[in-house]
Ligand binder design. Structure first.
Ligand SMILES: *Cc1c(COP(=O)(O)O)cnc(C)c1O
Length: 379
């Protein structure tokens, strides 16, 4: 059976990237490799839309999240964490480990809250040092109003820290224009690479705070990584193959242009949403993002069976719900190396599985709604 991967990480890797990542090993301390690292960093700046330093870590995305707490805040310092999904909760868990005093903005999953809430909280707590949230909260499919949050936080001494692990490269995002101080990402979602690389882009405002941070860090000591930037070296033995793959991924992204890619994922998302609606289903996210579509499972349908059937009987890996929404939602990812005919295929299978599970709809309704949008707008 042919396998399709439409999960929100890992995502499919283009053949040309896989090929490069199977080339013979090169040594990580050679001039040729350092040149590649330099080029990769420059390329990442384009993807982040930033002039800031970008650090590369051999780790999963969470490694960069941990560093964005442990390098920034001292024990007992205050942070605001907007908690509206599984990955938002992760910020809280990390902060707790490092003894940070977290002020939580707890919101129902699938919602994003009001920027004014943050504004007020910052005014009431002028000693808050950083605000943590996501660009796209993968567990619920929402996009956060990062630009608005940036306008608010940039007027204060606090830093805005964004987890763009699933959003980077797909969801519209401009780090510098939107006043983001630290942005973290990972390789296996929008960047079309296997898991194993994490990235952090860091503003000067953030570096000033990082210089004053005294938390113990060894592998994720960002000050050490910054020192090594001058020579394009990793303090340790970085993933050589990921650097090679990353260069190819950046080449692909640059060839399209980042704006074209934002438009394309928006089109894929719009097509998915239209299909969902045409099948009589409802979106889970209040403000749906462009990289993953989260859908409410109707009461009469078994949500766990839906995801399992798609994978085991049809070869399509999508994602179910996590934690509190397990069995209650399913998620179709359209990040990274996913194009319009992958959407056609997954909607087609979704119809078959919904039919198997007794949901009533008109055959082809979802497909036709998606196809119309993919045909009209996709460039
Ligand atoms: C996947 C994901 C993470 C976790 O990344 P890992 O690479 O699994 O460590 C964190 N935040 C968001 C928004 C994600 O989508």
């Amino acid at each position: 059976m042919k396998k399709y991967l439409l999960s929100p990480g890992p995502t499919p890797v283009p053949e040309e990237i896989l090929q490069i990542m199977s080339e013979p090993m090169v040594h990580h301390r050679t001039p040729a490799f350092k040149a590649m690292v330099g080029q990769a960093i420059e390329g990442l700046k384009y993807v982040f839309q930033t002039e800031n330093d970008v650090l590369i870590f051999s780790a999963s995305g969470t490694g960069a999240m941990e560093g964005a707490v442990s390098n920034v805040l001292n024990k007992g310092e205050k942070a605001i964490i907007i908690r509206n999904g599984k990955f938002a909760e992760r910020w809280g868990e990390i902060a707790e480990k490092y003894g940070i005093e977290s002020l939580y903005v707890d919101l129902p999953w699938g919602t994003v809250g009001q920027p004014a809430t943050l504004d007020n909280l910052l005014k009431e707590n002028p000693d808050v040092k950083a605000v943590y949230t996501q660009l796209t909260e993968t567990s619920t499919g929402v996009v956060m109003p990062v630009k608005e949050l940036g306008e608010i936080v940039s007027k204060t001494d606090a830093l805005l820290v964004i987890d763009a692990i699933s959003g980077l490269g797909g969801q519209e995002f401009y780090m510098d224009d939107w006043n983001v101080d630290i942005c973290v990402a990972g390789s296996q979602k929008g960047l079309m690479l296997p898991p194993g690389h994490a990235y952090a882009a860091i503003s000067e405002k953030a570096w000033t705070k990082i210089e004053k941070c005294t938390q113990p860090n060894y592998y994720f000591d960002w000050k050490l990584y910054r020192k090594k930037l001058a020579t394009n070296t990793d303090p340790f033995t970085g993933s050589v193959l990921h650097i090679k793959g990353l260069l190819k991924a950046i080449e692909i992204i640059k060839e399209d242009g980042i704006q074209t890619r934002f438009n394309r994922y928006r089109n894929l998302a719009t097509a998915c949403r239209a299909a969902i609606k045409a099948l009589g289903l409802e979106m889970f996210a209040e403000t749906p993002c462009d990289v993953v579509t989260a859908v409410k499972v109707p009461k009469t349908v078994d949500g766990l069976a839906l995801v399992k059937k798609m994978r085991d009987e049809y070869g399509f890996t999508i994602a179910g719900g996590q934690a509190g929404v397990k069995g209650k939602i399913f998620r179709i990812a359209h990040m990274g190396y996913i194009e319009r005919f992958d959407i056609i295929a997954v909607i087609s299978v979704l119809e078959m599985v919904l039919h198997d599970l007794g949901w009533k709809f008109e055959w082809g309704a979802g497909l036709s709604a998606a196809q119309k949008i993919l045909a009209e707008e996709y460039k």
